[in-house]
Design a protein around this ligand. Structure first.
Ligand code: G6P
Ligand code: MG
Length: 217
């Protein structure tokens, strides 16, 4: 049985959540209110448009469609400045080890992210060549927790959903993987990601025994 391994990007492969946060905070400050790192938790795994809606709710701001669109563009341009200088030093610990293990065993690997900036980020950190397919914010219409992004990734890999494993740091992403009938692996706080099939704080905790079981079972 062919297996597929689907990785979320932000918070799993690279810690871009901090740059998303800075860019949203810059916009909030410009609009005259604060945006805290705690509030940023709600933005993880959530599409850019939905984040914009939540931000305006936090600030109690009513925007015209034109303002809404302009502010989203502004946030993204700001974010792009933050990620411009990214390189392989920003790959999270042991991501390379796990990707190398999967490649060595000829596993199919996909990216399943809500971000429209996924491909350039993978290029900057030098990981693009590991991925057999990339499904991101440019290919999907329904955001996590909808399973669309992961189901499309499975389809493109030619692997049945129940033979797929998803690595996720967001609650919405774990829910999406579960409703796609995939094995979900929470990367981060297990109290937050309690719905995941398995939990790890980060990839350094994932030993070879566990990886071998994943690729054989
Ligand atoms: C990921 C991040 C979210 C972000 C979304 C869209 O899911 O966790 O915080 O809002 O991607 O990213 P983008 O790069 O398209 O604005
Ligand atoms: Mg994420």
């Amino acid at each position: 049985n062919k297996k597929g391994f689907i990785f979320d990007l932000d918070g799993v492969i690279v810690d871009t959540a901090k740059y998303h946060y800075l860019a949203w905070r810059d916009l909030a400050n410009e609009l005259g209110f604060e945006f805290t790192i705690e509030q940023n938790e709600m933005f993880k795994g959530v599409s850019r448009k939905r984040c914009m809606e939540i931000l305006l709710d936090i600030g109690g701001i009513k925007a015209t469609q034109e303002q809404f669109d302009n502010w989203m563009v502004e946030k993204n341009e700001d974010y792009l400045k933050y990620i411009e200088k990214m390189d392989e030093s920003e790959i999270l610990p042991d991501v390379n080890r796990v990707l190398d293990f999967l490649k060595k065993h000829n596993m199919s690997i996909a990216l399943g992210s809500a971000s429209k900036n996924a491909q350039p980020i993978l290029e900057k950190v030098g990981l693009l060549s590991y991925f057999d397919t990339i499904v991101d914010g440019n290919n999907v219409t329904k955001a996590k927790p909808d399973p669309e992004v992961f189901l499309l990734a499975a389809e493109q890999l030619g692997v049945k959903p129940n033979n797929c494993v998803v690595f996720e740091d967001a609650v919405a992403g774990i829910k999406a993987a579960n409703s796609a009938a995939m094995i979900s692996i929470g990367i981060g706080d297990k109290n937050v990601l309690s719905e995941a099939t398995y939990n790890f704080n980060d990839f350094t905790e994932m030993n070879v025994d566990f990886l071998e079981r994943l690729i054989t079972n």
